[in-house]
Design a binder for this molecule. Structure first.
Ligand SMILES: Cc1cc2nc3c(=O)[nH]c(=O)nc-3n(C[C@H](O)[C@H](O)[C@H](O)COP(=O)(O)O)c2cc1C
Length: 333
């Protein structure tokens, strides 16, 4: 990423990078929850946690980028090593633990990015859409979690285009308990009350785990309607190891706890997207995340009812050409 950053500082090099990695077409333009996406392929949360590489990621053609997870206070995250490859299965296991610079620093960075016309008004990427993925600090007890989400929401309000409430990371102890209906209702209601008080409210989405049961998914759907969410992000990483090959299973046992991403989560993510799309009758847009490497994988998620897709593990394994490759295949279909 630092090499890419250095390259993008030199205008002709940036031009070469953009020409090599961007796929230019009007065919993939899409308006979802009131935002105009120049293509439906985004970068999932957790890659640019600190909003350090927005310009460079834009050069690679992403239709949108989700920064964070951002917490109110900076935090170091878990001890290293905390990120592992399982190349036999095109997968990763991570237990990062929301390492980030904290909302104040990240806000300043976003303000600077947004104030620079050359980064905010590029062609063919007229405006890079930025999602703000928000969470709670490790030390904040769950009963006070809503306050952390509110702090991040208020601080980032003017700097991002949409918000994602992350209650589905397996790497902050107890976080996923916030997916339970009452806990979640408290967080989302507070945020929506603030949101409705703004001149122009921002789309608010919820990111969920692939490990939820059907009845938990039903609760999420009820709540999404009740709190008038703009969308759902499905899914985060899984704590299940059931889809791993024998070799990766052995390796994963040595690695220990963490969220599994990539190919092994693809099928379950699609299943969740499909279930949510059916239960919401397509009335709540879904951003699909989980095991997307190719145009075929992206199309599978769109066919299941998603409006947009995000890559993460696929970006690691496929490299910087992933957006172009996916867009080319989607445009050809
Ligand atoms: C190293 C790593 C860090 C991540 N950090 C976050 C995070 O901070 N917040 C979040 O909502 N998701 C996070 N994710 C989850 C991804 O955004 C994505 O939802 C998940 O990995 C499934 O997509 P994939 O199979 O394409 O990787 C992280 C994933 C990885 C691999």
């Amino acid at each position: 990423m630092n090499l890419l950053k250095a390259g993008c500082r030199v205008a002709p090099v940036r031009g070469i990078i953009e020409n090599s990695f961007q796929f230019k077409t009007d065919k993939l333009k899409k308006t979802v929850f009131g935002l105009d996406f120049h293509n439906p392929v985004g970068l999932g949360a957790g890659f640019d946690k600190n909003a350090l590489y927005l310009n460079e990621l834009a050069a690679l053609g992403f239709g949108f980028i989700e920064i964070g997870t951002v917490t109110p206070k900076p935090q170091a995250g878990n001890e290293k090593p905390r990120l592992f490859r399982l190349p036999d299965d095109n997968a990763l296991i991570n237990r990062m633990g929301f390492n980030n610079d904290g909302v104040t620093t990240i806000k300043k960075r976003l303000e600077k990015h947004n104030a620079t016309p050359s980064t905010r008004n590029q062609t063919p990427n007229p405006k890079l859409l930025i999602g703000g993925n928000i969470g709670k600090n490790k030390t904040t007890p769950n009963e006070d979690a809503w306050k952390d989400y509110s702090i991040c929401f208020n601080e980032l309000f003017d700097c991002v285009d949409y918000f994602v409430v992350n209650v589905s990371s397996p790497n902050t102890p107890g976080l996923r308990e916030l997916q339970e209906k009452d806990a979640l209702k408290k967080i989302l209601s507070h945020l929506q009350n603030t949101n409705r008080g703004k001149a122009v409210p921002k789309p608010l989405l919820l990111k969920i785990a692939p490990d939820l049961t059907q009845s938990q998914l039903d609760d999420i759907v009820d709540l999404a309607f009740e709190t008038e969410l703009s969308g759902l992000v499905a899914t985060n990483t899984t704590i299940s190891r059931a889809q791993l090959s024998e070799k990766s299973t052995v390796k994963s046992q040595k690695i220990g706890a963490g969220g599994l991403s990539g190919m092994p989560v693809r099928e379950r993510s699609t299943e969740v997207v499909s279930y949510l799309a059916k239960q919401t009758q397509g009335r709540i847009p879904i951003i699909a995340s989980g095991g997307i490497f190719t145009g075929g994988d992206a199309q599978e998620k769109l066919d299941a009812g998603a409006s947009l897709v995000q890559v993460w593990t696929g970006f690691v394994y496929e490299g910087p050409g992933i957006v172009k490759n996916i867009c080319r295949q989607l445009a050809a279909d």
